[in-house]
Ligand binder design. Structure first.
Ligand SMILES: [Zn+2]
Ligand SMILES: [Zn+2]
Length: 346
C-alpha cells in the first residue's frame, strides 16, 4: 500500500476540503520535503478566492519550510534530514522577459502554491535547485525567508540608496516590519513606521523594527497624518506603502520628498485607482515604482536571519494544524495576528 498524506485542497473559489492523496514521487533532480511549517501569506486570501490566475483544484501554500526526506539520484547537495526552505518561483528562462533578466515578469511564471501544488500538505516534491539549507535558525524564523526575500527585491528595486536617507514605511504587517529593518540596514538614518495602533505595531516595537513609530487612531487617523506632515515638512526620500490600500497610496505621494521615491508594495484590488497630480510628479521629480515577489533573494534573506540582522522573534502569532485551515484563514488579515503558520504535524 502506498503511503498517504493529508492536504488542504481548494476545488473552487473559497471551497476547501482536506483531501488524502499519495505522497508524491520524486524524479532524479528533485527532493521530497516533509513540510514542518508553511506560512499563510496575505496573498493566500486572493489565491484561494481564485485570484493570481490560479487553476482549481489547488493545494495552496508558498512559504515552505521542511526536512528533506528523500533525495533524487542526481541530487548531490542534500541528504535526508537536511532542514530546508523552498523557493516558490519558477520562471521559464526562455520568454522575452526571462531573456532580459526580468524573471518576475516571466510570461510563463509558475509559482508553487499558486500554479503548482503548494505546501499546506505533508510532503512536497521540488527541484533541488529550489531548496536552501537553513542551519542555525528555527522553523518559525525560517518561515520569514520568503517575505524577507520579497523585501530584499523591493529594496533592490529602490536602486542606489543614499546613506543618511530617511524613510517612511506605512503598514506594520510582516512586510512593513521586515522592510523597515532592511532599510535601517541599508543606509537609512531614520525609518518611521506608521500604522494602525494594535498588536502588529506592538510587535514592530518589540523587534525594534523602526526608529520612529506613528500609531494611527483606527477610527480617525487624520490628526496623526497631519502631525506627521508638520514634523516632516520636506517629506521622506523613500516612502513605502505596505498596506495595500489605494487610499493610503493616494495620500502617500504627499509625503515623498522632491527627488524621492514612492514604492508600492501591497496587494491592491484590481479595480483600485489613485488620483495624483502629474505636475507634482513632474516638477518634484518623484519616482513611483512597484515591487512584486522575488527571484534568487533567498540566500541573502537567510544570511540576514542567521546573522541576527533581521529580528522576526514573536512575529508568528498563531499556529494551526491542517485540519483547522478554515479557522486560520478567517484570522488572516485581522488586527489580532501577525504571521499565521500551518504545522502539518499538529
Ligand atoms: Zn506570499
Ligand atoms: Zn520566462
Amino acid at each position: 500500500m502506498t503511503a498517504k498524506m493529508n492536504s488542504v485542497c481548494y476545488h473552487a473559489p473559497g471551497q476547501m476540503s482536506i483531501i488524502q492523496t499519495d505522497i508524491p514521487k520524486i524524479d532524479d533532480n528533485q527532493v521530497l520535503v516533509k513540510v514542518t511549517c508553511c506560512g499563510i501569506c496575505g496573498s493566500d486570501v486572493g489565491i484561494c478566492s481564485g485570484g493570481f490566475g490560479v487553476k482549481f483544484p489547488l493545494i495552496p501554500g508558498h512559504e515552505i519550510i521542511g526536512i528533506v526526506s528523500q533525495v533524487g539520484a542526481l541530487v548531490k547537495d542534500f541528504v535526508v534530514g537536511d532542514r530546508c526552505a523552498v523557493d516558490n518561483i519558477i520562471n521559464c528562462e526562455a520568454c522575452f522577459f526571462c531573456r532580459r533578466n526580468q524573471p518576475i515578469q516571466c510570461t510563463n511564471i509558475k509559482i508553487i502554491g499558486v500554479h503548482l501544488p503548494g505546501a499546506f500538505t505533508e510532503y512536497i516534491a521540488v527541484s533541488a535547485k529550489m531548496v536552501y539549507k537553513i542551519g542555525g535558525i528555527s522553523d518559525e524564523e525560517a518561515i520569514f525567508i520568503e517575505p524577507i526575500s520579497c523585501a530584499i527585491h523591493g529594496v533592490d528595486r529602490l536602486g542606489s540608496l543614499v546613506p543618511g536617507m530617511n524613510a517612511l514605511v506605512i503598514g506594520a504587517g510582516v512586510h512593513g516590519i521586515v522592510l523597515s529593518q532592511l532599510l535601517k540596514l541599508n543606509g537609512a538614518s531614520c525609518v518611521t513606521l506608521a500604522a494602525n495602533r494594535g498588536k502588529k505595531m506592538d510587535i514592530a516595537r518589540q523587534v525594534n523594527a523602526a526608529d520612529v513609530y506613528v500609531e494611527f487612531d483606527r477610527a480617525d487617523p487624520t490628526s496623526q497624518w497631519t502631525s506627521l506632515k508638520e514634523e516632516n515638512p520636506l517629506g521622506f526620500e523613500v516612502v513605502i506603502d505596505a498596506t495595500g490600500s489605494a487610499k493610503v497610496v493616494n495620500d502617500a505621494l504627499d509625503f515623498v520628498r522632491s527627488g524621492g521615491t514612492l514604492l508600492l508594495y501591497g496587494l491592491y484590488s484590481d479595480d483600485a485607482m489613485v488620483q495624483w497630480s502629474p505636475t507634482k510628479i513632474f516638477a518634484n521629480e518623484i519616482k513611483v515604482i512597484g515591487s512584486f515577489g522575488q527571484k534568487h533573494c533567498f540566500s541573502r534573506a537567510l544570511e540576514y536571519l542567521q546573522r541576527n540582522k533581521i529580528n522576526v522573534k514573536g512575529l508568528v502569532t498563531d499556529v494551526f494544524p491542517i485540519n483547522d485551515f478554515n479557522n486560520a484563514m478567517d484570522k488572516v488579515g485581522t488586527k489580532d495576528c501577525c504571521k499565521i503558520v500551518i504545522k502539518p504535524s499538529l
